[in-house]
Design a protein around this ligand. Structure first.
Ligand SMILES: Nc1ncnc2c1ncn2[C@@H]1O[C@H](COP(=O)(O)OP(=O)(O)OP(=O)(O)O)[C@@H](O)[C@H]1O
Length: 253
């Protein structure tokens, strides 16, 4: 069941309505609607092939919708290019970290800073100081303050995932989307990642795709369950995990 907005005037960060995409007649996403609030962590769960990744692909403009709308504040993302969607404030982290192994943690964050390398000659000094301050602030947030000079290739798998989250954070997106951020992480890294998400939510909204139900319980404000391209259930984790339809197609397996 989709929770429709009670107040039609209410402004959501993201309003996805009747979103559909067909690949050669196969509807991978079929009439999906959901609404994400300010400062909300929304988790999308569902069996393999349910359409979760495709929904994120549609939001970030990598895949074009066949029909439906995706409103991000007052912009319709279905009409925008992938790069303009990023500029509008939507950041996406893919499943595999795409960091630069031969650069240090500092450099990875630095190159992700918008206009990180100054072209304004005389202003360079000030700009550099600002970049350094921001890089250090983000490194602290992602538990890598003591690793700034370490080459990224020597980080643990979990630290690489955090670095990539940091590379998104430094761009200060209003909506951040993470695809299975704790896959392959140790239990303690998962706990810290949950902590990290609760920290960064203060200024933004986050959509996470995840299969680890313990982690979902730790982070989700609301959960949307997809099944065969459709919304099967939606609500708090507690409500969703007791929904017999969700148990039948997903959680019971
Ligand atoms: N570009 C494409 N062309 C054709 N079919 C596609 C394309 N992208 C996705 N699909 C199909 O759409 C369906 C949904 O895929 P999607 O990757 O979104 O599922 P998912 O819920 O993310 O699954 P998983 O948990 O395994 O990552 C699958 O059947 C997939 O094969």
């Amino acid at each position: 069941m989709i929770i429709p907005p009670n107040d039609p005037q209410k402004q959501f960060v993201l309003a996805v309505e009747a979103l559909t995409v067909s690949f050669d007649g196969f509807k991978a996403v079929n009439d999906v609607s959901f609404y994400v609030d300010e400062n909300e962590i929304r988790v999308i769960i569902g069996p393999n092939g349910a359409g979760k990744t495709t929904v994120l692909d549609l939001i970030c403009g990598r895949t074009r919708a066949t029909s439906g709308s995706i409103k991000f504040r007052d912009m319709d993302l279905t009409k925008m290019s992938e790069s303009n969607i990023v500029l509008a404030g939507v950041g996406r982290k893919f499943q595999n970290p795409s960091i630069y192994d031969d650069l240090t943690v500092f450099e990875n964050l630095e190159i992700s800073f918008p206009r990180g390398r100054s072209v304004f000659g005389a202003l360079t000094f000030r700009r550099d100081a600002e970049v350094r301050r921001r890089v250090e602030e983000i490194a602290e947030t992602i538990f890598l303050a003591d690793h700034l000079d370490e080459r990224a290739e020597f980080l643990s798998h979990g630290q690489k995932q955090w670095l990539e989250i940091g590379m998104l954070l430094i761009q200060d997106p209003d909506l951040m989307m993470l695809d299975e951020p704790v896959a392959g992480m140790s239990v303690s890294e998962r706990k810290k990642t949950a902590e990290l998400l609760h920290k960064i939510i203060k200024n933004r909204s986050v959509i996470v795709i995840e299969h680890d139900m313990k982690f979902v319980e730790d982070i989700a404000h609301r959960v949307t369950v997809l099944h065969q391209g459709k919304v099967l259930s939606e609500g708090s984790m507690d409500r969703v995990k007791h929904d017999p339809r969700v148990i039948e197609v997903y959680l019971g397996h």
